[in-house]
Design a protein. Structure first.
Length: 98
């Protein structure tokens, strides 16, 4: 379980950092910008998939809260992901251990 938690956090921070680097490369019109943005997109997709599976398989939160997290992760993943990493995930994991 700990490895999955580290993987979720790593994929979120990697997607954030790599995407920002790719955006700055795109602003400067450097050739490798599309490749870096593609890598950032793949990290973002892996974060979304891992987080959605974690939320969907949780037995401690209600169906309404599950749907809220899932819709938020699909539509506005950067904002929802940031909130999920900082506060929501800690609460879900703490409830699973009890």
């Amino acid at each position: 379980m700990e490895n999955k938690g580290i993987l979720i956090q790593l994929s979120f921070y990697a997607s954030l950092i790599i995407s920002l680097i790719g955006i700055s490369f795109k602003i400067y019109h450097w050739d490798t910008a599309n490749i870096i943005l593609g890598i950032g997109l793949m990290a973002s997709i892996s974060f979304r998939v891992l987080s959605i599976f974690e939320v969907a398989n949780s037995k401690t939160i209600s169906k309404i809260e599950k749907s809220m997290w899932i819709v938020g992760l699909i539509l506005i993943s950067s904002i929802t992901g940031f909130i999920y990493i900082l506060s929501g995930r800690k609460r879900i994991i703490r409830n699973k251990r009890q």
